[in-house]
Design a protein. Structure first.
Ligand SMILES: CC(C)(COP(=O)(O)OP(=O)(O)OC[C@H]1O[C@@H](n2cnc3c(N)ncnc32)[C@H](O)[C@@H]1OP(=O)(O)O)[C@@H](O)C(=O)NCCC(=O)NCCS
Length: 155
């Protein structure tokens, strides 16, 4: 959904799945996760942690993000903001919430993969301390490379 209502961040529940699917399809039109995939992600809690940005007092969500934590390494599974709600800091806020959750779960390092051509996401990650680790050539179905990025969490 779009709109200017202020968002708050909260844990995702299964009731959010239809709204998450809508954001997913808008954010990743080439390779969206399907409904079964989102159910599986939420079912994998507590190892997985999903957060939604939702406008106060309204239905729907503006974005969501997911984390996998295994020991001292966490992986950002996904980060997506509805096109109508971008450019207002939600992507950064969701990412920082994932960092808090990773720290709370005992992780020291966060890893993620980003399309090499995704300039907006790459800027967002670079501004928050992510550094390139390596390139996975032709990782995506489209043939685009994936960049693996890493951030060390402060104690
Ligand atoms: C990447 C994404 C989550 C960013 O969400 P967002 O809510 O717009 O993020 P923010 O408002 O926090 O902005 C993040 C940065 O991108 C910049 N930005 C946002 N929209 C932009 C645009 N349309 N053009 C250029 N820069 C833009 C902001 O200026 C900001 O830079 P800063 O952190 O240096 O200030 C969103 O664009 C998205 O869902 N994209 C499609 C899915 C995707 O690529 N996910 C990441 C997969 S690894």
């Amino acid at each position: 959904m779009s709109g200017a209502a202020p968002a708050s961040l909260r844990p995702a529940t299964w009731r959010d799945i239809p709204a998450m699917l809508a954001v997913e399809r808008a954010a990743f039109p080439e390779e969206p996760w399907d409904e079964a995939g989102l159910w599986a992600e939420l079912a994998a809690r507590p190892r997985r942690a999903y957060v939604v940005a939702a406008p106060e007092g309204h239905d729907g969500i503006q974005g969501y993000a997911g984390l996998d934590v295994a020991g001292d390494v966490a992986d950002v599974m996904t980060l997506a903001v509805d096109p109508g709600s971008r450019g207002r800091g939600l992507g950064g806020a969701l990412l920082e919430r994932l960092h808090d959750l990773a720290r709370d779960a005992g992780a020291r390092t966060v890893l993620l993969e980003v399309r090499s051509g995704n300039e907006v996401a790459r800027r967002l990650y670079a501004a928050r301390g992510y550094e390139p680790v390596r390139t996975r050539e032709r990782y995506y179905r489209s043939g685009e490379d994936a960049l693996v990025l890493r951030k060390e969490l402060d104690a």
